[in-house]
Design a protein around this ligand. Structure first.
Ligand code: PEP
Ligand code: MN
Length: 338
């Protein structure tokens, strides 16, 4: 961390800053220029925060010089991490398309979905049993009963299941039910208590980007999970809030190469919640894979117009099949497979 002092700083003010740095077990280095005095804190600067110094007399501003995330950073682990999900690799050469309905509705709907997901060539399945809805009067999900329907349907086709955990009190139930990948949704990206709890287990976690979260905040949220010991983290870009209202969210394609550079962990994209319309999903999916995403999380419903949730953005089974064919060609052009 460096602390830049005001032009008219006094020796006493410099001493106060030095004492604070030393109190935290770090050394200090003073650089006296013609215009400014700059103090550098030497040691583990994660123990320090700009707020500790910015309010002291004589300090103009202070800033960290190393990144606040460590375990998830590529600096700490240069090679790509490949996460094993019941034998299916995510983050390596093979791209994974995780498909399924927005929400679990009925056993018949889940059975048909699992069949179509499998027939399209996808190796993992999604479906929400607990739904974070904007309105408290909207369908909130089938809950534990939904987890059971999902498990029964997916098991028949040997598809690992991906489902959202909203409440830390449901974690044991998720584990007992054999949830293969826990999804932390957009609205919970900074629910730090939830992040800490999923950090204590080793089930893979898909961490969706908060609606208005910066890449750095997102990486810090992943660090919360990693700091607890769970390094099986998958980032999922799902569109961010901007001034644009012509589509549900803006897919931040730029975040894909930026994250791939910053972290060794896999990065996937949810084109469904980004666009919000089924017709946009193929184009956004192509862009995501071309930009280096390791996979997609796509909504597909056996009968989209009958879906209880997010009907507008669900692909039908044939559209999913067609999309898989196109994405396979893009993957091959990039030296990957699908
Ligand atoms: C979902 O994937 O079902 C979902 C609710 O997505 P998000 O958290 O990205 O809104
Ligand atoms: Mn949805």
């Amino acid at each position: 961390m460096i602390i830049i002092m005001n032009r008219d700083v006094t020796e006493q003010q410099i001493e106060t800053v030095l004492a604070k740095i030393r109190d935290h077990g770090l050394d200090a280095n003073i650089s006296r220029g013609t215009e400014r005095t700059v103090i550098g804190a030497i040691g583990d600067e994660r123990k320090l925060a700009p707020e500790m110094f910015d309010s002291l007399p004589g300090v103009e501003y202070s800033m960290h010089i190393v990144k606040q995330y460590k375990i998830v950073s590529r600096e700490s682990h240069p090679a790509d991490t490949v996460i094993d999900i019941r034998g299916i690799p995510l983050g390596g050469k093979q791209i994974q398309i995780i498909a399924g309905p927005c929400s679990v509705e009925t056993q018949e709907q889940m059975d048909a979905s699992a069949q179509f997901v499998s027939e399209a060539g996808c190796r993992l399945m999604r479906g929400g049993a607990f739904k974070p809805r904007t309105s408290p009067y909207a369908f909130q999900g089938k809950g534990v009963e939904g987890l059971d329907m999902f498990g029964r349907a997916a098991r028949k086709y040997d598809l690992p299941i991906v489902t959202e955990l909203m409440d830390v009190r449901m974690l044991d139930t998720f584990l007992e039910r054999g949830v293969d990948v826990i999804q932390i949704g957009t609205r919970n990206m900074q629910n730090f208590d939830l992040l800490k709890e999923v950090g204590k287990i080793d089930t893979p976690v898909i961490l969706k980007r908060g609606m208005s979260a910066t890449v750095s905040e997102w990486l810090m949220s992943a660090e919360y999970i990693a700091a607890g010991g769970n390094h099986n983290i998958i980032f999922c870009e799902r569109g961010i809030r901007t001034f644009e209202t012509a589509y549900r969210n803006v897919l931040d394609v730029t975040a894909i190469p930026v994250l791939k550079r910053e972290t060794h962990l896999p990065v996937i994209v949810d084109p469904s919640h980004a666009g919000g319309k089924a017709w946009m999903v193929p184009a956004l999916s192509r862009a995501a894979i071309a930009a280096g995403a390791d996979g997609l999380l796509v909504e597909m419903h056996p009968k989209p117009c009958e879906a209880w949730c997010d009907a507008d953005q669900a692909l039908n089974p044939q559209e999913l099949k067609n999309l898989m064919g196109v994405l396979r060609q893009i993957a091959l052009a990039l030296g990957r497979d699908l």
